[in-house]
Design a protein around this ligand. Sequence first.
Ligand code: IPM
Ligand code: MN
Length: 356
Amino acid sequence: MNSGKKYRIAVIQGDGTGPEVVREALKALDAVSGTAGFKTEQVKYDLGGERYLRTGEILPESVLAELKTFDAILLGAIGHPDVKPGILEKGLLLELRFKLDQYINLRPVILYPGVDTPLKDKKPEDINFVVVRENTEGLYAGAGGFLRKGTPYEVAVQESINTRMGAERCIRFAFDYCRRRKYRNKLTLCGKTNVLTYAFDLWKRAFDETGTEYPDITTDYAHVDAICMWMVKNPEWFDVIVTDNMFGDIITDLGAMIQGGMGIAAGGNINPRGVSMFEPIGGSAPKYTGMNIINPVAAIAAVQMMLDHLGETEAAARVENAIKKTVANDLKSLSAGHMGYSTTEVGDLVANYITH
Ligand code: IPM
Ligand code: MN
């Protein structure tokens, strides 16, 4: 217990159902801080589609500078149906990841008891791994452009940027994480060395060379297509998977589905020496906005990851246990509208398990 400690948390509720799930996530945070003996100062930032449509601003420099002073950021969701795809994603979400140098996107894929997985015959002991996704480079770096746009001779180039430093710091984080996790002590590199013979040649060399410093960790390599196959067929083979930005994006949606759906999947955008940002990975789900039927568990799981990151491991475990009890004892389903409870009620259930 860290009595007397106070954390400054920036809260970006964002778009769509973001505010509804963030409200329940903060309910859990307040419940656990009461029992764990730390305080939080929560500062809300109005960022997202509404502000953009109202003012044209996406992420003002002054806001970015303020965000750098917090202990952590909690994010609801980014994405607005009236804003062209790419504007908010690149201008806000990716900009935050890049400018705050959150070079890791950490995405646990854990099936809790009582949660349905679409994988026949797979049990919680079979689905328990973590994806470490590189979060600042690759195809996401935005390198490329158009030539002769809008003509029949149009050319579009989108390049994947892979630096030795970027790959290596991600790989090193994954080895360290795997060691701390003390689960199967196995790290799998997910790539495509048979086709992307430059990018993943660099990654594979960085992986093999860094691996010599971790003799206690078994290493493995698989192509991304095979990883997709095995995540469905034999998810029990995985402990920690490290991969680049694009492949990590794709395989973690698959991961979210096998762990029970977007209603429970959370992630952390981590800068180990800076400000990290935690989010449910499901997006803004505009069609459910304001209906109080979206599942807030993923946002609450983001709070759990945030607490873990802040070193409040007991509080994090308390939140995780409350989530486990809620999904095992109470929720009929993890899908919006089918939980058997409203968003608010699910938040109350979790908060109640936290304090009792
Ligand atoms: C995610 C999302 C984002 C990504 C989008 C919204 C830019 O899909 O967090 O996985 O591609 O990283
Ligand atoms: Mn994604």
